[in-house]
Design a protein around this ligand. Structure first.
Ligand code: ADP
Length: 227
């Protein structure tokens, strides 16, 4: 009888040790995930992502990664990446996923133990959204939420053409390029919202009003994720 009991005991001990180990792994992973606030700031061209990012990064201590800014920096410094991206940007088209994804990943790894990131202008295609998830999962973290600024099309065109005088951006000053950017957004980027909707991470925010009003709406959403 005793021998029989002993025979039963060891699978129970193995089970208990394994369970303890799994609980630790899950707990450690969850802690790492909770420590970072990773926000996708989403919306069509001219929605105000850049303006709001500047405010949010200070308030929450986040790193701001704007793929548009990084491309423009590379164009200004005549890097190979800049030269490749320019041809697409000048037409209001998206830069190919392979270039954009590898550039974004190499920017993320430059930051040691950040509190989190604001991804501005990325992901802009479903392939970019999937790549971002895989990449962040590999670093034991994930996207906390997508904040989507909602602005109607005519307001966007007005804002972009106005912005041209201060931004000096060629892609802001020509109405046909501006309209093409919005068409590309509707065709390739807008569907990315449903990627985050299905996992309950999408938060739509009205992007019209004063800068302060819009910031307050965004912060109300973000504060729900910050303990
Ligand atoms: P906006 O949101 O006002 O259009 P951005 O600075 O975000 O401005 O982007 C400018 C241009 O840079 C885009 O029209 C596109 O050509 C390129 N770009 C930026 N981010 C991406 C991206 N994630 N994927 C592909 N192209 C991008």
């Amino acid at each position: 009888m005793k021998k029989f009991n002993h025979f039963l005991e060891w699978p129970v001990s193995v089970y208990l040790v394994m369970r303890q180990y799994l609980i630790r792994v899950i707990f450690a992973t969850k802690q790492t995930i909770l420590r970072m606030l990773n926000v996708v700031l989403f919306g069509p061209p001219g929605a105000g992502k850049g303006t709001q990012s500047e405010i949010l990064l200070q308030r929450y201590g986040l790193v701001h990664l704007s793929t548009g800014d990084i491309f423009r920096y590379n164009i200004k410094n005549a890097t190979e990446l800049g030269q490749q991206a320019k041809a697409f940007m000048d037409k209001g088209e998206l830069v190919p996923d392979s270039l954009t994804i590898s550039m974004l990943e190499s920017e993320v790894v430059k930051h040691q133990e950040p509190k989190g990131f604001i991804f501005d202008g990325f992901p802009r295609t479903s392939a970019q959204a999937e790549a971002l998830d895989r990449f962040l999962n590999g670093r034991n973290t994930s996207i906390t939420c997508m904040l989507a600024l909602e602005v109607d099309e005519e307001e966007l065109i007005k804002r972009l053409l106005n912005r041209a005088s201060t931004s000096g951006r060629a892609d802001d000053s020509d109405e046909s390029i501006v309209r093409n950017r919005i068409t590309v957004y509707n065709r390739e980027t807008a569907p990315v919202a449903s990627y985050y909707e299905v996992c309950g991470k999408y938060r739509g925010v009205k992007g019209v009003g004063t800068v302060e009003e819009i910031t307050a709406r965004l912060c109300a959403e973000l504060d729900a994720f910050v303990q």
